[in-house]
Each structure stands twice: as structure tokens, then as C-alpha cells.
Design a protein around this ligand. Structure first.
Ligand SMILES: [Cu+2]
Length: 161
């Protein structure tokens, strides 16, 4: 008998790891820059079918890319590099303004809204195996609101970077 696999329309579909351990990456975008700006943030949502972690990223348009988290102390918000971002199995992990994000540093070009920016994400599973995910992120205006996935509530803090 043939089993039919019905996938929900949204992206929380969990396929067995043996069949498909592909991390889904949704709505990748980077914030546009002004001339001379050296750094900008990259944002997206991730869903991994198995427990994994985002451990690195790189881009041909940036000298280096860091994983950042936001710390808020009183009125002051600051960014701090972190070594990894956990991806619990089948959970939507949002990298969004005001929270964890990628920081593209030492930019080699300015980014205008509507352009495309290449990014490569490196995800490591629990066995320590790494897989790379090349993607293309849309450059959005400096004041772009962050998209949310599945109507999830999101706290947003304005960030200038
Ligand atoms: Cu940052």
C-alpha cells in the first residue's frame, strides 16, 4: 500500500531525518546600507527537522559574517557575537531585528533595496556533521519591518546598525 504524505501548507512539516534532513530557510533578507557603511544585519527564519545548530555563515560580499545576539541592559541595547544558534527539531527559529541575527562585516559593496545578497549558512547536526546552505537574501530598505512566520508574536526593538 502506498502511503501518502500530507504536508501542511506551512513549513513545520517534519520528515523523517533519514529521508530528509534539510533545514528550511524562509524569507532571508538583509538591511540596505548607506555609503561607507561597513556592516549590516541579515535575517531569516529557520526550521530544522532534527536538532541542530547554526554555527557559521559567510558571504562573498562581506569580509566576515558573525552570529549576533542582542542584549538589553536598561535602555541600552548592544550586540554580542555568539558561537552558535540552537535549532531545536521542528521549531521555528526567527532571526529578526531586535534579536539574534547575522552580522555582515567588512562589507565589500553597499546594498541597495531590491538587490540580492548571497549568503551561505553552515548548520551542524548533533553528530557534528556540517552542511552548507547557500541562499539569496533580498535587500530591504533601512526601515523595513521584519516579517513574521505564522503570525508569531514578535517583540521588536528599533536598531540602527
Ligand atoms: Cu549585529
Amino acid at each position: 500500500m502506498r502511503l501518502s504524505l500530507i504536508l501542511p501548507a506551512f513549513c513545520l512539516a517534519a520528515l523523517p531525518a533519514t529521508v530528509q534532513a534539510q533545514v528550511e530557510i524562509h524569507t532571508p533578507w538583509v538591511r540596505a546600507t548607506v555609503p561607507q557603511q561597513q556592516a549590516t544585519g541579515a535575517f531569516f527564519s529557520l526550521v530544522s527537522p532534527v536538532a541542530a545548530k547554526l554555527v557559521a555563515a559567510r558571504s562573498p560580499i562581506a569580509g566576515r559574517v558573525e552570529l549576533h545576539t542582542i542584549q538589553i541592559q536598561g535602555e541600552v541595547m548592544s550586540m554580542r557575537p555568539i558561537s552558535e544558534i540552537p535549532l531545536p527539531a521542528n521549531e521555528v527559529v526567527n532571526l529578526a531585528p531586535g534579536g539574534a541575527h547575522l552580522m555582515l562585516l567588512e562589507l565589500k559593496t553597499s546594498l541597495k533595496a531590491g538587490e540580492q545578497a548571497p549568503l551561505i549558512l553552515v548548520v551542524e547536526d548533533e553528530k557534528g556533521e556540517r552542511k552548507e546552505y547557500p541562499l539569496t537574501a533580498e535587500v530591504r530598505p533601512l526601515d523595513a519591518p521584519s516579517p513574521t512566520l505564522q503570525g508569531q508574536h514578535e517583540h521588536r526593538h528599533e536598531q540602527k546598525n
